[in-house]
Design a protein around this ligand. Structure first.
Ligand SMILES: CC(C)(COP(=O)(O)OP(=O)(O)OC[C@H]1O[C@@H](n2cnc3c(N)ncnc32)[C@H](O)[C@@H]1OP(=O)(O)O)[C@@H](O)C(=O)NCCC(=O)NCCS
Length: 318
């Protein structure tokens, strides 16, 4: 995987076991360990929860029992989730968790919904404790996460095609540094103009009795960022399959979550509405491009017009 080789080559750390995602990393006499938490009962998950709450605020984060269930591949309603939540942590020499990268490995489906054999790793969160930032720690956790899930994909006879997620504008430079870029459409009728695809995250919480979006849980514009490992940009089918996989995993709840069929149908209609808008936008484009911050600045300096998805520039985390 080209981008992974580049990341490892440019790393500030030596990985003591270069082939294992779970390893000790070392730089300037300092050592850290990278672990994957695969057991929902692990004590480390309480530390993970605490760091999430410290950085994002408790109101933004699901309760600890939901995190634990997700690691075990269970939804909050006790049903099985085909995707286990992967939690990679970096611990310092005192065994304190100082950085976390989480996500899930999702199947990409063809337009008839059959599995394509390709997969995407959707990142949930990346976070580093404030006093450990800008030392390359989150990047090491990310490298381990991708190594891990690429191996799992291969073991299942599948191919991990890309990684991506919804990214705040404040973290764009970090994501650029691991290879992620925002997605733009090049306009045929205006060749020197690129417009960012207007990605919207559907609601993450619903009223279980009615299926309405829960108060304060409205859909949100976000920046979609992707690293397609072996191709310069996604084609439309790949982009649609990726976003559909994101929505299916994060925003569509099982029937068991709702009190009535009507409530279930209502929440599904909400996701479907946002999905249809995204699909129409993507199908209306011809050429897609992925651009990071530096590339955009260089293009703008040459007179190319770049229109951003400014509605997504609302949220930031300290
Ligand atoms: C984003 C975050 C996880 C980065 O963690 P980190 O451990 O500081 O990141 P790293 O040190 O591994 O950074 C890797 C590269 O990105 C760069 N980078 C990281 N954060 C940056 C920032 N805010 N601005 C500019 N560059 C940044 C680093 O300088 C480094 O660059 P290099 O390739 O030249 O060495 C951390 O800042 C954080 O927890 N932010 C708050 C939570 C958040 O917004 N998470 C993302 C959305 S879920």
């Amino acid at each position: 995987m080209q981008s992974m080789r580049r990341l490892i080559r440019n790393s500030k750390f030596t990985r003591l076991d270069a082939l294992s995602p779970q390893t000790v990393i070392e730089a300037n006499g300092q050592r850290f360990s990278i672990e994957m938490i695969a057991d929902g009962h692990s004590e480390t998950l309480s530390e993970v929860q605490k760091l999430f709450e410290d950085i994002f605020g408790a109101e933004e984060i699901d309760p600890e029992e939901i995190l634990r269930a997700a690691v075990d591949g269970k939804t909050p309603w006790g049903t099985n989730d085909a995707t286990k939540y992967r939690v990679h942590v970096v611990k310092d020499q005192e065994s304190r968790v100082i950085s976390i990268v989480t996500g899930g490995r999702l199947d990409l489906r063809n337009s008839d919904r059959s599995p394509s054999g390709k997969q995407v790793y959707m990142i949930g969160y990346a976070v580093t404790a404030k006093n450990a930032r800008q030392c390359g720690i989150a990047r090491e956790a990310y490298i381990s996460a991708i190594m891990q899930v690429a191996t799992e994909s291969e073991q299942e006879g599948k191919e991990l095609l890309l990684a991506g997620g919804e990214a705040t504008y404040t973290s764009e430079e970090f994501w650029n540094s691991v290879g992620w870029k925002r997605v733009y459409a090049e306009r045929d009728d205006a060749p020197r103009l690129y417009e960012e695809i207007r990605y919207v995250q559907p609601a993450l919480d619903y009223d279980l009795a009615t299926g309405d979006v829960a108060e304060g849980a409205n859909s949100k514009p976000e920046h979609l960022m992707l690293d397609i490992f072996e191709a310069p940009a996604p084609d439309r089918e790949c982009l649609l399959a990726t976003v559909r996989a994101f929505y299916d995993w994060c925003n569509c709840w099982p029937r068991e979550a709702f009190e009535t069929e009507t409530a279930y149908e209502k929440h599904a209609a909400h996701v479907h509405y946002i999905w249809n808008a995204f699909k129409s936008e993507v199908l209306g484009t011809n050429t897609l491009a992925v651009l990071d911050k530096k590339m955009r600045a260089e293009m703008q300096a040459e007179g190319i017009v770049i229109i951003g998805h400014d509605a997504a520039d609302q949220r930031c985390f300290p």
